[in-house]
Design a protein around this ligand. Structure first.
Ligand SMILES: Nc1ncnc2c1ncn2[C@@H]1O[C@H](COP(=O)(O)OP(=O)(O)OP(=O)(O)O)[C@@H](O)[C@H]1O
Ligand SMILES: [Mg+2]
Length: 293
């Protein structure tokens, strides 16, 4: 499906949800219509990153996979941003997908049809799909649906191994007729001052991508734990945290729950802005190339 980007890495904790939420909010803030599909049973992107109220905890998405019912997003999570929720109901999705042949259910067709209907009706400019770590059956299915893949990774070996596993799933999907294209890998939670080390990590990524002609993203997401904690505590992206001060419950000036840990989220917000721009440029160029082809 056009203009549909999957964020995936077989390893957990590499920034898939954080990046999906940050790009989604950034694009919606610039007046575009965005849909986030949270395909992870943890539902982190839905609850922690975007702070969706009245989440269905993955029910609509799970029902769509199994029965082909229409997707029911939570609307206006931000202006221009709708969310198909993730959560506990997606725990069964792996079984539904992997037992499809025996049961006669066609989860791929079910999701593809429902997503296409929703995107056509709502006219989204961009669809971002966040995936969970490890669930190979669901991952393989998502790779058949999306047009683009972004692989976030940290610089440690575990995350790189996860990226490598993912690269294999990607190549397998392509071999089986999927039209998905790898848009790039992006370094997450890294030290912007460790330029040489980052280059080394990017070198490793290049080896993984050898022969595909794909460059890793030039922009990376820096380590900023305080901002990350605040982002999830207040369900705001680094960009939204700029100038945000939490309301204190009346009469309690030292309330820990309303405390903000980060002083300045602007550098992190700038990383996300630059990455968003790079993603949109690659998307536009890539979609044009696909059209001409
Ligand atoms: N800039 C940052 N610096 C340091 N830590 C961060 C930063 N941004 C987010 N984090 C933290 O890193 C952790 C992993 O991020 P995130 O949940 O986005 O990864 P994920 O790949 O979606 O994980 P999972 O596979 O479990 O869904 C979270 O605890 C998050 O709060
Ligand atoms: Mg996640």
């Amino acid at each position: 499906m056009r203009r549909t980007i999957l964020l995936a890495n077989q390893k957990g904790g590499v920034g898939k949800s954080s990046i999906a939420a940050a790009i989604a909010v950034a694009v919606a803030r610039r007046g575009k219509r965005v849909l986030v599909v949270d395909a992870d049973q943890q539902g982190n992107c839905t609850i922690r990153d975007l702070g969706v109220r009245d989440s269905d905890e993955g029910r609509s998405l799970a029902m769509t996979l199994q029965y082909g019912t229409p997707l029911e997003p939570i609307r206006k999570v931000r202006d221009g941003l709708d969310v198909v929720c993730g959560g506990k109901h997606m725990a069964m999705a792996g079984t539904v997908v992997s037992s499809a042949e025996q049961t006669g259910i066609n989860p791929l067709q079910n999701l593809h049809g429902a997503l296409e209907n929703l995107v056509t009706t709502e006219g989204y400019d961009l669809v971002l799909i966040d995936s969970g770590p490890g669930d190979r059956a669901v991952l393989d299915l998502l790779l058949q649906i999306v047009s683009w893949l972004i692989v976030p990774t940290k610089e440690d070996d575990g995350s790189m191994d996860g990226a490598e596993l993912l690269a294999h799933r990607y190549l397998w999907a392509r071999k089986n007729g999927a039209l998905v294209e790898l848009m790039g890998m992006v370094l997450f939670d890294c030290n912007p001052r460790a330029v040489r080390r980052n280059e080394g990590t990017l070198g490793k990524i290049m080896e993984l991508l050898d022969g595909t002609g794909i460059e890793p993203f030039r922009n990376f997401i820096r380590h900023d734990k305080a901002a990350a904690i605040d982002a999830r505590a207040f369900h705001l992206t680094a960009e939204e945290l700029i100038g945000f001060s939490p309301a204190r419950p009346e009469g309690r000036s030292d309330d820990e729950t309303s405390k903000r840990w980060s002083r300045d989220t602007e550098p992190l917000a700038t990383d996300y802005q630059k990455l968003t721009k790079e993603v949109l440029v690659r998307l536009a160029a890539g979609e044009r190339a696909k059209e001409t082809a």
